[in-house]
Ligand binder design. Sequence first.
Ligand code: SAH
Ligand code: SF4
Ligand code: F3S
Length: 480
Amino acid sequence: MINFFIKTYGCQANVADSQAISNFLTNLGCKKVEIEQQADLILINTCAIRAKAEQRFFSYLGVLAIIKKDKKHLKVGIIGCVASYRQKEIRRRFDHVNFVFGAKENLFELQTLLSDFVLKIQMLKQFVSDQIQNSLVSFDKRPPSLKLLRTRRTSGEKLPNAVRGEPVEPYEQSKSLLLGGFKNNKKEFKQSYVNIMTGCNNYCSYCIVPFTRGREKSYLLNLILERVKRDVQNGAKEVVLLGQNVNSYKDPQTGANFATLLKKVAQVDGEFWVRFVSPHPKDMTKDVLYVMSENKEKLCGFIHHPLQSGSNKILQAMNRTYTVEQYLEQIDWIREILPDATISTDIIVGFPGETEKDYFETRKVMEKVKFDNIFSFIYSPRKYTKAATFKDDCSAKIKSERLEALQSRQVEICYDLNNCHVDKILKSLVEKRLANGKLLARTAGNHRVLFDSDEEKNGNFVNLKIEKSGAVNIFGYLIE
Ligand code: SAH
Ligand code: SF4
Ligand code: F3S
């Protein structure tokens, strides 16, 4: 039995890819383990979005060198976004890395590569164990050669299809690799992560994704629907549709757009919720909002709508191709068509050329919209991107101060917004039991609600009466 371990950095697309790869390896007969030391194959799925994410990966890679020293048959593979653009360097610098496979490469090849490595590890493990046995039984018996071993192992014992050199239903397997998999944690409720597209054509001037994931490519609507149906039948209570730019989705067969995809997903039988990340304001259209409003039972009233900056000058330098006025008009559409929807956003502070005035324009938009949540980052220069060549005369200290002030203000806004829910009854989906003994559930608007119950209710929809709230969590009790 070959044990594998996957460490995942980065966005939900990476989580989905890792899960699909886990499924593939499990189908090959391997076993997923939660501790690196127990693994024969370790995969690291990397993220390149900011320098920090990369640094975390490189220090982890250093730790693996120590494990590998004591375990000769251990194979280490680097996949994902850093693997896409630093392939040669990783190969050159790290002897203990056996393969590097980038996020924009052909997933068919990753399947073949993984199957090959599974075979190699199997043979090496057998070789070592034969050596030990031979040395115990007879000192003058020479260990079998790898070639002989391969013949013996592949002819006799029952090995996984790919290892025996038989077809592994490549079409079926690739489908699941492309579209991702469950965000699997046995103790939690079942959440299905579905890649509806990959790559990005937008070339925001700060962003490395178009270079690591390649051009935008939508997957077949029928395959996506098949996946959703299957996952719901297998117990998924939440389906998350993923892409770097979901609202530019276009079915390669019929040309159907994102609104049509959402409508069709909402028509799948069963009790489940649907979310999606991320749309791009340049492709925001009212038809998506209308479909959401007509299918509230399934399509969550939750929109992640990335602003990035509240200054038109900075938005232009970022190549975001919309203005603050257009963005705010879209917020009005959302409020009008989906009055209960929550809105979250992404903001970058300290983009090259961002003055105090630009920063306060972002703060002004925050005050106007009152986002339910903000993911905020200090600009991180990335190789190959246009912005990496821009003059940046704002100090690191000022950038940190801007970020901190923005985040502190957002905590206050969250506190006030969450307070509005007190005394309401909110339908919520139970996710897991927390270390403090409380159950964590999420509302359609993605609010965290904590409540007490002795029963394990993971994956159940419950009605919770809200008693009090904080900036991050809301507290409630069960209404039968
Ligand atoms: N495709 C999605 C998200 C991409 S990455 C979208 O366009 O919304 C998630 C977020 O990371 C981005 O929205 C942006 O806010 C942030 N980000 C991307 N590149 C960055 C960089 N170089 N420095 C800091 N933040 C960055
Ligand atoms: Fe990056 Fe912009 Fe594409 Fe999002 S839309 S992945 S921020 S280039
Ligand atoms: Fe990171 Fe690649 Fe996702 S850079 S954010 S893992 S697309």
